[in-house]
Design a protein around this ligand. Structure first.
Ligand SMILES: Cc1cc2nc3c(=O)[nH]c(=O)nc-3n(C[C@H](O)[C@H](O)[C@H](O)COP(=O)(O)O)c2cc1C
Length: 241
């Protein structure tokens, strides 16, 4: 069996990728953010009705990696974020406030972020945003297109950069382990899977595509997103057309 030979170009590509990760992440860690974290963007309300059945969405869904680069509307990203971790109306009988995924003990440890590029989501400046389910809004974490850094932090899976938006499912583990101890760790992983599946189904129902990225460097992704120490990235989900 002959092994593929490594060319000078391959080595250069690898080197450029590594330098970009180191430089980009160093900048992400050491420079103060250009924009303060309290800017927020109100999202259009999600729709509770669609034209595609759950069965049809399940049948058509698959992991998508070849995005066209066409932009998403604010309505579309709002719908996807709601599917990931949105709130449901308060239960009239029990008074409980629930979300679109089951959650161990109703503790809801997931935090959802979205990364966008210039014009990649209509009327949303490029940046990293935290989704706020309670107000159906986005809170700016940092301005600027960081999708490249995220792809480099994901073992250079550069196909990710063609998605107009990448959702990051992160877990605040302490929220669940404070009640369930070590067992809570697996609950948080399971809940990330629930959220990812919802995104896939919602995307399929809207004739959009989603992919899953679990192969990434945890520390590098956490640095790009400026995650606090107790919040860990779990899955990256590029979405688009
Ligand atoms: C936990 C998890 C991690 C994954 N990580 C990656 C990844 O890093 N890169 C990638 O291209 N696909 C990734 N995938 C997608 C799988 O490759 C994909 O789901 C599988 O090939 C089945 O294809 P389908 O989703 O189109 O049915 C991941 C999927 C899961 C569930």
């Amino acid at each position: 069996m002959s092994l593929p030979s490594i060319t000078r170009e391959d080595l250069m590509r690898e080197l450029v990728g590594r330098v970009a990760v180191i430089c980009g992440i160093s900048v992400a860690i050491f420079l103060p953010t250009a924009v303060s974290g309290n800017q927020s963007v109100k999202l259009p309300p999600p729709s509770y009705k669609g034209n595609v059945s759950v069965e049809a969405a399940m049948r058509s869904m698959k992991s998508v990696r070849n995005f066209s680069g066409a932009p998403l509307s604010l309505q579309q990203i709002s719908q996807i974020l709601w599917a990931a971790n949105g709130r449901l109306p308060t239960d009239a009988v029990s008074g409980a406030t629930t979300k679109v995924t089951p959650s161990a003990g109703g503790l809801y440890p997931l935090e959802i972020f979205v990364l966008t590029g210039k014009g990649s989501v209509e009327s949303l400046p490029e940046g990293i945003y935290l989704y706020k389910p309670e107000t159906n809004s986005l809170s700016l974490v940092e301005s600027g297109d960081k999708r490249n850094l995220l792809a480099y932090a994901s073992l250079s899976q550069m196909w990710m950069t063609r998605a107009p938006a990448t959702i990051v499912i992160a877990g605040a583990f302490g929220r669940t382990t404070s009640r369930y101890g070590d067992r809570g760790v697996q609950y948080v992983f399971m809940e990330a899977g629930n959220s990812n599946q919802n995104i896939y189904l919602q995307a399929a129902a809207m004739r959009l595509g989603a992919g899953t990225v679990g192969a990434f460097n945890d520390a590098q992704v956490a640095a790009v997103l400026k995650l606090p120490g107790d919040v860990k990235p779990l899955l990256l989900v590029p979405v688009g057309k």
